[in-house]
Design a protein around this ligand. Structure first.
Ligand code: GLY
Ligand code: MN
Ligand code: MN
Length: 426
């Protein structure tokens, strides 16, 4: 709780600075509420507004409103409706609640009047938009707050570490299920069981891919049938702790003595080197390019390509095998905010033209939490585009295509002089 209290003090300071810089006198933050599916009477699971979750360490509060006014204790209008269809937890007495002036709302009619008269801004989804457009989710205010969200407090780093600990239980169970010959569906069930979280609590849809499916970057199915042979298993799955995400990928070869297993080991080594490089001042675009060089070295070592790593990077060949970015910010959102922002004013730093999917382009700052997720894939669609490229040894490509690909992803805290790997440290 001490860390949480300090976290709230930091938020208050950061929010007051953002309001002052943008000439607002206060801020409303709406939790959001679930919206029914089109033409239906039920809704997908509630996804709380991350700005609300930044203050309130719960993910299932809806129809509630937080009011921040500089110099005052924040007020929380906490919805606790009389509802016999759902279980309504009383959160007004939770430990965290004493840091707020909590007003319990039994009916929406008890909500405070929200309008433009006070010169307070509003952050929340637009389905309930009580204020004029210029007060609702103002770009400049959001940019300022998003830039603050990048550097995590110790409370937040602890939450992401807890999420990692949960996810690692799932990863261990999933690996065991793979080596026992389970289907994607059953592996995923083992993962969730070990994390003790449901799919809807996960920070993103689990990617559970066997064999060639490992080459599909965001593979979205979980096949119930068992393939004839288990060759590769790529799992990209996280967990959630108080709304903070883990985002971890591991790749396994069934044959631990085969060449593909050696390729995974080589990728693992370069991934650790990249994690170690995540210190304050490191330009992430440079690190992404270093990752390309290292991955091209692996491609050369395993005879998949026959040109220098530098030529592979310059010619775009390395991107055939590594078509996504090295990583992204991580926090309340799995692809956390401000990845293309280089200051609090919201100046955008676009990814380089030849690396359009890079989600993080800024220079790393202390206590930012990022993912480091190099990959090496055999993607038929991208290889097809290179079919005349003489730098590719096609017999080796044919050999590796049935294995799909490799991704290894950890969650790393940027340090002043040393990075801290939340996934590999206990
Ligand atoms: N799990 C999505 C990603 O790694 O970015
Ligand atoms: Mn990721
Ligand atoms: Mn991931």
């Amino acid at each position: 709780m001490t860390d949480y209290k300090q976290h709230l003090a930091n938020l208050q300071t950061a929010t007051e600075a953002a309001l002052k810089a943008n000439d607002y006198d206060g801020l409303w933050i709406y939790s959001g509420h679930p919206e029914n599916y089109f033409l239906d009477d039920h809704a997908p699971p509630h996804q709380v507004n991350p700005h609300f979750n930044w203050w309130i360490p719960e993910t299932d509060i809806s129809h509630s409103l937080l009011h921040i006014v500089p110099g005052q204790k924040p007020t929380l209008y906490l919805s606790q409706p009389a509802d016999f269809w759902h279980k309504i937890e009383d959160r007004s007495n939770a430990d965290w609640a004493r840091h707020f002036d909590v007003r319990v709302i039994h009916h929406q009619s008890e909500m405070p009047t929200v309008n433009d008269q006070l010169n307070h801004a509003w952050i929340g989804d637009r389905s309930w938009q009580p204020m004029a457009a210029e007060y609702t989710n103002p770009d400049k205010l959001l940019a300022h707050l998003h830039f603050s969200r990048v550097q995590k407090t110790s409370y937040e780093i602890d939450c992401i570490q807890q999420a990692n600990q949960l996810a690692l239980k799932g990863h261990a169970a999933a690996a065991e299920a793979f080596y026992a010959g389970a289907s994607e569906y059953d592996i995923n069930a083992a993962y969730l069981q070990a994390c003790q979280q449901s799919q809807s609590q996960m920070p993103y849809g689990n990617i559970v891919a066997l064999n060639e499916n490992a080459a599909v970057l965001h593979y979205q199915y979980q096949a119930t049938d068992k393939p004839a042979n288990h060759r590769t298993f790529l799992i990209d799955a996280g967990a959630n702790y108080k709304g903070y995400a883990a985002d971890i990928t591991r790749t396994y070869a069934f044959d631990k003595n085969g060449e593909f297993n050696n390729m995974i080991a080589a990728m693992d080594r370069l991934q650790v080197e990249l994690c170690d490089a995540c210190v304050a001042g490191q330009d992430y675009v440079d690190l992404h390019q270093q990752a390309h060089i290292k991955i091209a070295e692996v491609l050369k070592q395993f005879n998949v390509i026959n040109c220098s790593p530098e030529v592979a990077l310059e010619s775009g060949l390395s991107a055939t095998f590594f078509p996504h970015g090295l990583g992204h910010y991580l926090g309340l959102q799995v692809h956390d905010v401000a990845g293309h922002q280089s200051n609090a004013d919201g100046t955008v730093k676009k990814p380089p033209e030849n690396h359009p999917f890079l989600r993080l382009t800024d220079v790393l700052r202390e206590n930012a939490v990022i993912t480091v997720e190099p990959g090496l894939y055999f993607i038929p669609m991208l290889l097809q585009q290179q079919r005349d490229n003489k730098h590719i040894n096609w017999d080796k490509v044919e050999q590796f295509l049935p294995y799909g690909g490799i991704r290894i992803e950890d969650n790393v805290v940027v340090g002043q002089n040393q990075s801290r790997n939340l996934t590999r440290s206990s």
